[in-house]
Design a protein. Structure first.
Ligand code: AMP
Ligand code: MG
Length: 412
């Protein structure tokens, strides 16, 4: 395709700017239990209710000492023991030491903890052969996190890196953004749901399955409206129902200009929706706009195009709507192409590739093969997009290209 055919297309950046410039995050939040918070997004900064550690404690198994009592270099008798969970609270006689274990609260008056590897125990007591500094091997209260400190900002997705931190602070409940409600349907007389036999000319509905899965991984509440026939009345009913029940409506198919492509006409009647021809490949036709209540995204019918436009356009939109401020795609990296890549100038191309680092630690990437917009297996074989610039032509083996590793929506 040459520039004469692509000059009217809008770029991915323009499309994203327009979409993200229009939507504002939800303003509804809810309080939920920590145990239910995986995948949710913080609505407010999380403030530590306690010091961590909550009390000064030993970093080593060893002996708590007062430094002045070490000068004589005489053995110090053991006056008691301090364990994690069982502090030493008795009076500590002069010229003695306390046996102490890692995590045990340090007895009042402790000036240092000497590790047991530097101690020589005899009947007379413990003799130490070490240079001792005040405060050594003592973890101070609040050394890690101080009470009142902000441990997470608002707009963070909660997962295995965040939730144990909150558990360590004793936080059992927190305020999160409410889940986005997203209505999904596929359009097309040829589509059949999985589990039904295929009749002449039918294919299985891939897109609704892909979109539903990706929405669930993003923590959305999915309203699945099924397959809608290429029929004006059915389509209008689906749009109206979706608009009433969801924050965002996602359809697939019917956005090109074929005879059964009613989606465009319907949306002209029901809302303010723009139809874009995007300068990306795959995924040229894409619709975005507003119905009466809900936002709307119309994905192309071809499954690879539908999944790609969801990933590159709908995903950032959902992140913004959901209040997920810290969302971003994995950074793009430079890699050497090991295989030639077919490409014509005119559109930004998201080919699917497999990347790995070679023995020298350099990144290399190969194509997954056929890049047709119906070849969904390219996602399961690949682990990244090979992102080829709009103006670039064919790539020879050995040239450097940009890759974008798949994030959790497409990765294993
Ligand atoms: P359309 O945009 O409706 O003209 O569809 C473009 C191509 O994608 C056609 O080959 C459709 O059969 C196919 N297609 C549309 N929707 C789906 C779907 N949900 N799952 C699989 N293929 C689809
Ligand atoms: Mg169709």
């Amino acid at each position: 395709m040459d520039h004469c055919h692509t000059s009217g297309l809008i770029s991915l950046e323009q499309a994203l700017d327009t979409m993200l410039g229009q939507v504002v995050p939800l303003d509804e939040t809810e309080s939920i239990a920590l145990n239910d918070a995986c995948g949710r997004i913080t609505a407010t900064p999380v403030i530590s209710p306690i010091d961590v550690p909550p009390f000064a404690n030993s970093a080593m198994d060893g002996y708590a000492v007062r430094i002045s009592e070490l000068n004589a270099n005489a053995p110090l008798p053991i006056a008691g023991k301090a364990f994690a969970g069982a502090p030493f609270n008795d009076a500590w006689p002069a010229n003695s030491c306390i046996r102490i274990m890692t995590g045990a609260p340090i007895p009042a008056g402790t000036e240092a903890v000497i590790m047991q590897e530097q101690a020589e125990v005899s009947e007379a007591g413990v003799r130490f052969n070490a240079v001792v500094h005040a405060g050594q091997n003592v973890r101070l209260a609040g050394e890690d996190i101080q009470q009142g400190a902000s441990v997470l900002p608002a707009g963070v997705r909660l997962g295995a890196a965040q939730l144990p931190l909150l558990a360590s602070l004793g936080i059992s409940e927190l305020r999160v953004m409410r889940k986005l409600k997203v209505a999904v349907f596929s359009t097309g007389d040829e589509l059949q749901p999985v589990g039904q036999p295929l009749q002449d000319g039918q294919i299985y509905d891939t897109n609704r399955f892909a979109v539903r899965l990706m929405l669930e991984q993003m923590g959305c509440e999915v309203i699945d409206l099924g397959i809608i026939r290429d029929d004006r009345t059915a389509l209008r009913a689906a749009f109206e129902q979706a608009d009433r029940s969801a924050d965002l409506v996602i359809s697939s198919g019917g956005v090109s200009v074929g005879e059964a492509d009613y989606t465009k006409q319907m949306l002209d009647e029901l809302g303010e929706v723009g139809f874009w021809k995007l300068a990306i490949k795959p995924g040229k036709p894409f619709a975005f706009g507003k119905l009466q209540h809900a936002w709307f995204c119309g994905l192309p019918g071809n499954p690879v195009s539908a999944a790609l436009t969801f990933y590159q356009l709908v995903q950032p939109l959902l992140a913004k709507l959901a209040g997920h401020h810290e969302w971003h795609l994995p950074p793009r990296l430079r890699a050497r192409a090991l295989t030639p890549l077919k490409k014509a100038p005119g559109r930004l191309d998201f080919q699917r590739g497999v990347f790995a680092s070679n023995a020298l630690g350099e990144l290399e990437v190969s194509t997954t093969g056929h890049q047709g917009s119906h070849v969904f297996s390219s996602f399961s074989q690949g682990n990244c997009f090979i992102v080829l610039e709009r103006d670039r032509g064919a790539v020879a083996a050995g040239e450097m290209v940009e890759i974008e590793p798949f994030n959790m929506l497409l990765r294993n």
